[in-house]
Design a protein around this ligand. Sequence first.
Ligand code: TRP
Length: 335
Amino acid sequence: MCETAQSAKKRALSFIQPSGLITIGNYLGALKNWVEMQSEFDCIYAVADLHAITVYQEPQKLRSQIYSTYALLLAIGIDPEKHTVFIQSHVPYHTQLAWLLSCNTQFGEMSRMTQFKDKSAKHPENVNVGLFSYPVLMAADILLYNSDLVPVGADQKQHLEIARDIAGRFNNRYGELLTVPEPYIPETGASIKSLQDPSKKMSKSDDNPNSWVAVLDPRDVIIKKFKRAVTDSDSCVRLSDDKPGISNLIGIYSAVTGKSAGEVEKEFEGVGYGDFKAAVGEVVADMLAPVQKSYAEIIKDKAALEALYRQGAEKASRIAAKTCYKAMKKVGFVL
Ligand code: TRP
């Protein structure tokens, strides 16, 4: 591989938690963009298993979700040969740097994190220290790789801000080392809402399975879920603030087909909601069919999968080790 061509590219980094099924919200909102970013950037992608256990995960289930999330990244078209694709816990420098950063992060600033407040309210029985220091681990993820760009959704913006603050503070205190990352807002990147309550984001942790569509849902299930999607009493396929259900479906249809909302409205002029909902289900199922086929192949071959994630961890470790040791030296450790 040509080193100079590689290093001339900006580096983009993002991780995904293996804490449940991956939905079309994750796919259309984030992962599809991860695929596209590969042509422009040097990409580092990982399955964030360390972050996942800040909420209790049943061990057997977690293991299978780590496998399936990694396999799904490959199935959607992430290239582990050209880029770096690994499992977070396979690279011990993440927790190592996180400790150094923890000692340079204030209790007060962590206490203000809205996700911590939300998650502790949701899981009052398990407000663990990991949940509290989660943003520091995320900062380590980002800063280990000198990432220039981090594509994150609205819910992770505050965490990226903190990563920038921590990097700046570390550099000020110990001398220039860490790259201060920029948020990356992709041109496309739909915000997909729940099919049952369009005032909420589509979330795999929603108890009602009709509210989300998983990337691996079978075709008939996908179509059934879209047919059940809530709409309003009107019957006109038009984008409008007071028609959140239909607007969400138009958003999904346009994210899948690349057509503008206006074009979608025109295409479905005079068509009833029932037929429109079925049509959205069809295009989503068509989009996912090749991903599902590829996933089925990949997940069958555990040995090949293992070879890839091991290779990914080695590539990642080479970069992470350098930053981690430099940081250790800066704080005064004996190497
Ligand atoms: N916290 C992120 C999420 O829940 C996942 C994540 C972990 C991440 N480390 C990261 C995202 C580093 C971007 C960069 O979605």
